[in-house]
Design a protein around this ligand. Structure first.
Ligand code: UTP
Length: 297
């Protein structure tokens, strides 16, 4: 690929966090679901850390009412930090400061009404401007042991255009997800030729579902602007992507690592156990607890 045809660099990530989290009520009445902890970190912190490690420079949160805890989490807490400092709690101090990004690199805008994921992404249009960007659904947690975003960005460097992370699910689960129609794979890269929202298993074009990590070209904003309401009466990102596919190429990253949907109670509990078990400080103590529970069940 010549320098002139190299894809435009990817610098910005949009995190839509304005949803109501109704599947997690009453926990999410006053606490954003993206702030629910997986072991000891809010679920959103995992994807922010992964994105920054993969080279993302600016993070745009699309928030809504009652989401102030998110802004506080990614900012200094001077009282807490000075108390920890005076008590020589250096490890805790490091952890409290870890989510804080360089000044000016975190930007907030609001989606005044939760009109759907597509609408939330559209709310970030002036902050993204005319450049490609990453969208990540923060309640989808990918296994930190198998970083997904670094490879997604690498694939974008090869293919340009739009790139979505895809993950195979069992056939009986395809009706829960957006499913991709694809060409023949080339390693972990496939061409995406279509998207079908929540198909019946017999009509599904594949078992590859759209995981919640998207690299999109800014032309998506013009399509979101005119996008009519789709499934659930919401403005769906999938519908606008299907229209963009008529004009621009879409590639898929076939992701082999694990993931958990932390917006769902079972997915959330599973993530806590899996990540807890994988950690050196928690796993050895958690394993006998689980064995005991299994004996009692
Ligand atoms: P979800 O559909 O998982 O979130 O959207 P939700 O609507 O909050 O959840 P339930 O179904 O009611 O439990 C995925 C991501 O998109 C954001 C959510 O905050 C979540 O991070 N989102 C969704 C928005 O920002 N705005 C919306 O209008 C909808």
């Amino acid at each position: 690929m010549s320098a002139s045809s190299r894809p435009r660099p990817l610098r910005k990530m949009v995190l839509p966090v304005a949803g109501l989290g109704t599947r997690f009520l009453p926990a999410t009445k006053a606490v954003p679901k993206e702030m629910l902890p997986v072991v000891d970190k809010p679920v959103i912190q995992y994807v922010v850390e992964e994105a920054v490690a993969a080279g993302i420079e600016q993070i745009i949160f699309v928030t809504g009412r009652g989401k102030g805890a998110l802004e506080d989490h990614f900012d200094h807490s001077f009282e807490l930090e000075s108390t920890l400092q005076s008590r020589n709690k250096t490890q805790a101090l490091t952890e409290v400061r870890a989510p804080i990004q360089a000044a000016g690199n975190v930007i907030y805008t609001r989606q005044q009404e939760p009109l759907g994921l597509g609408h939330a992404v559209w709310c970030a249009r002036h902050l993204v401007g005319d450049e490609p960007f990453l969208v990540a659904l923060p309640d989808v947690l990918t296994d930190p042991a198998a970083p997904c975003l670094a490879r997604l960005i690498e694939i974008y460097g090869e293919t340009g255009g739009n790139v979505l992370t895809l993950k195979e699910v069992p056939l009986e689960e395809v009706k829960k997800y957006g499913i991709a129609a694809t060409g023949a794979p080339r390693g972990d890269i496939v061409e995406i030729t279509g998207l079908v929202e929540k198909p019946d298993p017999e009509r599904a074009p594949s078992r590859l579902h759209v995981l919640g990590r998207y690299i999109l070209q800014p032309e998506i904003f013009g399509l979101l602007e005119t996008q009519t309401r789709g499934a659930g009466g919401e403005i769906q990102l999938t519908d606008a992507m299907a229209r963009l596919m008529e004009r621009q190429p879409f590639a898929g990253q076939v992701f082999e690592g694990g993931f958990w949907d932390c917006g769902d109670k079972i997915g959330y509990l599973h993530a806590n156990l899996a990540i807890g078990l994988s950690r050196g400080d928690i796993g050895p103590k958690l394993r006998p607890v689980l064995a005991q529970l299994q004996l009692e069940a």
